[in-house]
Every structure is written in structure tokens, then in C-alpha cells.
Write a protein that binds this ligand. Structure first.
Ligand SMILES: [Zn+2]
Length: 200
């Protein structure tokens, strides 16, 4: 556990216990009964409790999500995206290391990475990656539409620069590219980027 602070749900349980303890101190021998109320309608006091709860939540309706911090939400989103990115690149599924045949030009970018990741890299480099556009050329898919954002053409440029699904990865990539090349993404071509020896 990273912290011993009470979680969002526990907060209310702890508060309730404090109130119960205070009641017991004030009136020893009091009988306290805790009941689950499926609805607030028609139960004296609960209409008021519901009103306060709605006010506190700042939104109408009997249901609301437990509070989550913004940092917690952001982490959840980015974790989910990286999992998807790793799955796409084949990370973790293949333990075999990619070894370049001696007859071929060695490429520092992928030497020692997994076979699937290396093959994705060469597909991207040669323009044969299975992005939306390639199967379209190969007549496998009826359209070149991006399956993440429905934009009409899922090209390498789309995935690396525009697609909202990969915003976080794009930010990291282009920040590094700019640092290395002093060129911003609008002036960089994916073809040149993948051909650059510093890529990887
Ligand atoms: Zn897209």
C-alpha cells in the first residue's frame, strides 16, 4: 500500500463510525440500528439526506460515482493505453530475441528487441505496417478508415501525428524528436524519422 489514507468509500464508513461513537458517549445504552435503504423516497429524514447528497455531488439523480482524484483517473487512462500499445507491438507475448542475419544491414534501433516488435518496426519503415491503409491497398479491408478514431485514412502519419488514440505516445515521441533533431513534428516526415539512425 502506498498510503494509509482512507479510500474514497472508507471515508464515509469512518465518519459514520465517529458519529455512532459520539452518540454512544452522549447517551450510553442507546440502541443504534443500521439499515440499508434501497431508495430515499417516502422515508422521513431520507428525503433531506438525498437532497444534501445531490447538492454535494453537484449533479441530479440518485446514483453517483465514488470520488476519484484527477491524478488517479489520468493514471488509469494512461495505463490502459500503454497496455494496448504493448499488445499491438507484441511486447511480452514473444520472449525470443530478434537476431539480424549477418547478410543484412544491422539496425541498432531494433537489435535485441523482440521479434514481433522488430517486425512491426520494419513494417512501419517500409510502409507495410498493418495500419488501416495497408490492408486497404491489399483489398482486405473495404476502407482505410482508422479503427480507433474513424478518420478516413489510417496512415503512418495519422497514427504518429494525429490519431487521438495515441496522443500520449505522440507527445513523448515528438518531444524526443524535437530534442534530437530541433525539428517539430509538422516538419518531420515519418519516412525520414524511421530512416534516421537515432530512431530507437
Ligand atoms: Zn485514428
Amino acid at each position: 500500500m502506498a498510503s494509509d489514507e482512507p479510500g474514497p468509500g472508507q471515508k464515509y464508513a469512518i465518519q459514520a463510525r465517529r458519529h455512532i461513537a459520539a452518540l454512544r458517549r452522549a447517551r450510553p445504552g442507546i440502541t443504534i440500528e443500521i439499515r440499508w435503504c434501497p431508495a430515499h423516497k417516502g422515508i422521513a429524514g431520507n428525503e433531506k439526506a438525498d437532497e444534501w447528497a445531490k447538492e454535494a455531488a453537484g449533479q441530479p439523480g440518485p446514483y453517483r460515482l465514488l470520488p476519484r482524484s484527477l491524478a488517479n483517473l489520468k493514471r488509469g487512462i494512461s495505463e490502459k493505453k500503454w497496455v494496448e500499445a504493448r499488445r499491438w507491438a507484441g511486447g511480452g507475448t514473444s520472449k525470443s530475441k530478434y537476431r539480424m542475419p549477418v547478410s543484412q544491414m544491422p539496425d541498432g534501433a531494433v537489435a535485441g528487441s523482440t521479434k514481433r516488435l522488430a517486425s512491426r518496426y520494419y513494417q512501419l519503415k517500409t510502409g507495410h505496417a498493418r495500419t488501416g491503409q495497408y490492408p486497404h491497398w491489399a483489398k482486405v479491408r473495404p476502407t482505410a478508415q482508422c479503427w480507433w478514431c474513424q478518420c478516413p485514412a489510417q496512415t503512418r502519419d495519422h497514427l504518429f501525428k494525429v490519431c487521438p488514440e495515441w496522443k500520449l505516445q505522440q507527445k513523448v515521441l515528438w518531444a524526443e524528436v524535437q530534442q534530437e533533431t530541433r525539428r517539430w513534428k509538422s516538419r518531420s516526415k515519418i519516412r525520414d524519422l524511421l530512416a534516421d539512425g537515432r530512431c530507437g
